[in-house]
Design a protein around this ligand. Structure first.
Ligand code: ZN
Length: 68
């Protein structure tokens, strides 16, 4: 049985400079991508990834910025 208690915020978003729960970081990255932003995160085991937003997301982000 896996106890989920005592889980710390072991992931880190370098784009925001904030720590995140390992179960919440994936959702957080999606949030960046939805705004057309690239994201750089470190996961639980210390592996760091730069995750660029898909081009079509960036395009939407640029359009949104133009519209205010
Ligand atoms: Zn972030």
């Amino acid at each position: 049985m896996n106890a989920v208690t005592g889980v710390k915020k072991t992931c880190f978003c370098h784009t925001c400079g904030k720590p995140f729960h390992c179960l919440g970081i994936a959702r957080h990255v999606v949030g960046h991508h939805e705004r057309g932003e690239d994201c750089e995160v470190t996961y639980t085991h210390g592996d760091r990834y730069h995750i660029p937003a898909p081009e079509w997301r960036k395009e939407i982000g640029r359009k949104r910025k133009k519209n205010g």
